[in-house]
Each structure stands twice: as structure tokens, then as C-alpha cells.
Design a binder for this molecule. Structure first.
Ligand SMILES: [Mg+2]
Length: 257
């Protein structure tokens, strides 16, 4: 009798453990890929932004409408600032290894829009680039002289000037915006640069690559050594005499050919 009871107890124990095991195994079943619509959209927009930054998507005129909230979150939510900070750390590390010649011919090139000065406030009103480029509105914005310095780039600018680099600011803004650009750079602390180049009438209609290459060619012709070149557009960095090193800052809001 005791033997039979022992068997029964053994069976019950086995059944009990089997029940626990099957319940635990249920939890190990592979999850079905359920992606929330917002997450799927963010995944698409992350791929789009990466492709834009890598210059794999070119000639685009507006940010895809589905990426409005993604780009807004990127630009004002902290990641854009973190990305710029990391790039600037890399630039400063490179700068710290350069031995200046002391002849005053060591040069550096910076772009203006969304490199030295931020246009985020303007682009907020243009749905972060989901609206098409509006030359008249952008000109009116520039004339207000209210662009703010991008903090990390401003720190870089100060280091470059203090280290003895000749900093040349090369912008695609046309000459009619010269005074406003100078005032805005100055009111944001960009003082001590060597020269500011604006797009003169002779460069009207030319691509940024052709125009900026020509300016750099002119500087190299004057004997300057271009150690670095920083811009938010590939067209700031492509072409001739681009510099010993180029640094691309993020900008998912617009594309300048
Ligand atoms: Mg720019």
C-alpha cells in the first residue's frame, strides 16, 4: 500500500514539474514581430536621415512629411547637439595635433548657416524642412540677424583663433546679406576671423561646390594651407582644395547642391 502511494506521489510530482516547465517554455516562444506604427515610422526616418548624412540621398527638396516629428525630435530633443558635440571633440583632437608653422598661413574654413549660426528657429516655422525652400522668407530671416551661435562650433572657433589659425568664413549667402551676416556673426561672438566670403554676382547661378572651390583655390593661391573645413552640407566640403581634413555637421532639414 505504501509502495502504491509512493508511486502516486512520484507521478504527481512529475506532472507538477511538467506543468511548470511547459508554462516556462511558453515564455520562451519567439516573439511575433509586432512594431508599433510610430516605431516603424521612426525606423524609416532614421534610415532616411542616415542616408542623407552619408550623401546617399541627393538632390532632395523637402523632408518626407512622415518624418516631420522625427526630424523635430532630432533637432530640438538633444541628439543633434550631442552629434555636433562629438564631431567637435574629434575636430579639437585633430587641431591639438597640428603644429602651426608660425608664418600666419595656417588656415581653417567654416561655413555660416547651420555651422557657425543656427537656423533652427527659422526652420521650426518651415516644419523643419517639410515645407519647400522659401528664398524670400529666408532672406527676411537673415536680415533680422537673430541666428544663434551653435555652441560647440563657437568653442571651436575660439580655439582656432586663439591657436593662431586664420579662420575664413565662406558662405553661400549673397552679398546683399553681407552687413546682416557680419552683425549676426559679431553679436554671437564670432570676432577675430580673417575674412568673410559672400557669394558675389559673378558666382550667381553656380553650384556651391564650384563657388566654394574657387574661394579655396584663391586662398591656396595666396599661400594659405587649409588644415580643416567644416560645413553642414556636402557641397561645403566637395570639390577642389577642400582642405587637409573635412568635417560634416548634421543637417537633415535641407540640401544645398
Ligand atoms: Mg551651411
Amino acid at each position: 500500500m505504501f509502495k502504491a502511494m509512493g508511486h502516486r506521489l512520484q507521478e504527481l510530482m512529475i506532472l507538477f514539474f511538467l506543468a511548470i516547465f511547459s508554462k516556462a517554455a511558453e515564455g520562451l516562444k519567439p516573439c511575433r514581430a509586432i512594431v508599433a506604427p510610430d516605431a516603424a515610422n521612426n525606423n524609416y526616418c532614421l534610415s532616411w536621415r542616415l542616408a542623407v548624412e552619408a550623401n546617399n540621398v541627393r538632390g532632395w527638396w523637402t523632408v518626407p512629411a512622415r518624418c516631420l516629428h522625427y526630424v523635430e525630435a532630432y533637432m530640438v530633443g538633444g541628439q543633434y547637439d550631442r552629434d555636433i558635440d562629438l564631431i567637435t571633440e574629434q575636430i579639437l583632437s585633430y587641431v591639438s595635433g597640428i603644429v602651426l608653422s608660425g608664418d600666419g598661413m595656417d588656415a581653417w574654413i567654416l561655413d555660416v548657416d547651420d555651422t557657425c549660426l543656427s537656423n533652427i528657429f527659422y526652420y521650426k516655422g518651415k516644419r523643419y524642412g517639410c515645407d519647400p525652400y522659401d528664398p524670400a522668407a529666408f532672406k527676411a530671416w537673415v536680415l533680422k540677424e537673430r541666428c544663434t551661435a551653435i555652441p560647440a562650433v563657437f568653442r571651436l572657433f575660439q580655439v582656432l583663433v586663439e591657436s593662431g589659425f586664420k579662420v575664413f568664413i565662406v558662405t553661400g549667402r549673397d552679398q546683399t546679406l553681407g552687413q546682416a551676416t557680419i552683425h549676426n556673426l559679431h553679436n554671437q561672438g564670432f570676432i577675430g576671423y580673417e575674412r568673410l566670403f559672400l557669394r558675389t554676382a559673378s558666382y550667381k547661378g553656380q553650384s556651391a561646390v564650384a563657388y566654394k572651390s574657387d574661394i579655396r583655390k584663391q586662398l591656396v593661391g595666396e599661400g594659405y594651407r587649409i588644415w580643416g573645413n567644416v560645413g553642414d552640407q556636402w557641397s561645403d566640403l566637395q570639390g577642389e582644395f577642400s582642405g587637409n581634413r573635412t568635417f560634416k555637421l548634421p543637417n537633415p532639414m535641407y540640401f544645398v547642391p
